[in-house]
Design a protein around this ligand. Structure first.
Ligand SMILES: C[S@@+](CC[C@H](N)C(=O)[O-])C[C@H]1O[C@@H](n2cnc3c(N)ncnc32)[C@H](O)[C@@H]1O
Length: 430
């Protein structure tokens, strides 16, 4: 199998780049989006770039199962420099069903190129030949990757062990593509044109792999990509034509577009000019308008608003099924600072609301401290009262024990799940 003078196997650049991405996440603790934004894959052909990204994401998502398989065939887990090559190859064999010959050849080649000893190249050859024959049968019965130690007990505390395991399974399953329509009256038409499922909440869901920019309606801005759970928060605000509405943490603008589509006068604010550029692009593609303000929400001053949507910065632990790198790059050390920022932002939002005005607070987090606790303490601090909204298609079981909605990735498993969110609609006293 090891042929030192043979040409590099096909697909090697994508696999090498995937291993580089995994190393960036697992060893350097950088998010995939940061590594990609820094141009790590820019030298690759577009097809290789897409493949490298897909391989890295799948391998990170399947890391727990890949390690279990590897551990069956080695006495001791290989060192960091070698293990990612093996993990990638195991995922290609067991998840992607790739041909054993190419995968094993590439892995042996990659071992050498990434500065591993000849012994590791030999080990890759021996282990992967066994994985090629036994791995795919073992795979379906292996438990999904567990959440990391800093996060798991917090989720068990909010929910319970059983639901936490269901969330881990949902993370393993990944996420479909959800779209929000600019004109909801055209839901049936667009579902037909896109071959999409209409979810009870109104989002369109596409389960197959697609290139977003090549889908019907992309150029004309008929829809935008937005997880179905994320789309519920803006609906809860109940914005209407002529109201002055603030989207307080707006970028990249999914909720800004929903609010603009109601005919409300929307001010979209975000502290990041780079991220605000995406709001601008999104609005221009969909042909909608909002006043864009780049400023720290804590310093923002303006005449009072009828309604405010605060989609606060958070741990993003509700989005792990889309971003399987998150559990590896975070360790919970930012939590106290984030929670303090969320609470300051709620105070700032309340001060910008008219008496009787509405606030929707939401976070794409699975943590009580960033969701239920923030809502509860804000209600006590400001005398806010919950507005019991009934967003279309939302089952009553999603209601959280402190009010609002607690949405977790294991909900709607037969439909492909949802991102995790907490969201609540509140009214400022008159
Ligand atoms: C969860 S994201 C918002 C997602 C957005 N609402 C959407 O639906 O597309 C949180 C946003 O908060 C912004 N942010 C963080 N700190 C901020 C601050 N102090 N003031 C304003 N925006 C802030 C971040 O730049 C980020 O874009």
């Amino acid at each position: 199998m090891v042929r030192p003078h043979s040409p590099p196997p096909t697909g090697l650049p994508a696999r090498q780049a995937a291993v580089m991405l995994m190393r960036g996440v697992l060893e350097e603790k950088e998010q995939l989006s940061t590594l990609l934004g820094a141009g790590l894959l820019d030298r690759l052909e577009p097809a290789d770039r897409a493949r490298a990204q897909r391989l890295a994401v799948t391998t990170l998502r399947e890391l727990g199962r890949a390690d279990t398989v590897i551990s069956q065939f080695v006495d001791k887990m290989p060192p960091a420099k070698a293990i990612n090559v093996l993990r990638l190859a195991v995922v290609e064999l067991c998840v992607e069903g790739a041909a054993a010959h190419g995968v094993v050849d590439s892995a042996v080649n990659l071992m050498k190129r990434s500065g591993n000893s000849p012994r590791m190249a030999g080990l890759a050859n021996a282990v992967l030949r066994k994985v090629a024959t036994e791995g795919p049968q073992m795979w379906p019965d292996l438990p999904p990757s567990k959440l990391p130690k800093w996060l798991r007990p917090r989720i068990v505390h909010l929910l319970d062990e059983e639901q936490t395991q269901a969330i881990e399974a949902a993370h393993q399953a990944g996420a479909p593509l959800d779209l929000t329509l600019r004109d909801e009256a055209k839901t049936t038409e667009w579902a037909g044109r896109l071959g999409a499922e209409v979810l009870p909440t109104g989002s369109l869901r596409i389960a197959r792999n697609v290139q977003v920019s090549e889908l019907d309606g992309y150029e004309e801005g008929a829809w935008w990509v937005q997880d179905a759970a994320a789309a519920i928060a803006a609906q809860m605000l109940g914005a209407s034509k002529g109201e002055r509405v603030l989207d307080m943490c707006a970028a990249p603008g999914g909720k800004t577009m929903q609010l603009a589509a109601t005919g409300a006068e929307v001010v979209a604010l975000d502290v990041s000019s780079e991220r605000m550029a995406r709001v601008e692009q999104n609005l221009s593609r969909t042909g909608m308008v909002a006043d864009l303000v780049i400023e720290d929400a804590l310093n923002f001053d303006a005449p009072p608003f009828d309604a405010i949507l605060l989609d606060a910065p958070c741990s993003a632990t509700g989005t792990i099924r889309r971003h399987p790198d998150l559990p590896f790059v975070k360790n919970g050390s930012a939590m106290a600072e984030l929670c303090a920022l969320q609470s300051d932002m709620i105070d700032a939002a309340v001060s910008l609301l008219k008496p009787g005005g509405r606030l929707v607070y939401c976070t794409c987090s699975l943590l009580f401290d960033e969701g239920e606790r923030q809502a509860k303490t804000a209600m006590e601090r400001h005398g806010l009262v919950e507005i019991e909204t009934r967003p279309t298609g939302v089952p009553s079981e999603w209601r959280s024990r402190v009010g609002g909605l607690r949405i977790t990735p294991n909900l709607w498993p037969e439909r492909g799940g949802l991102d995790g969110f907490f969201m609540i609609a509140l009214r400022k006293p008159e």
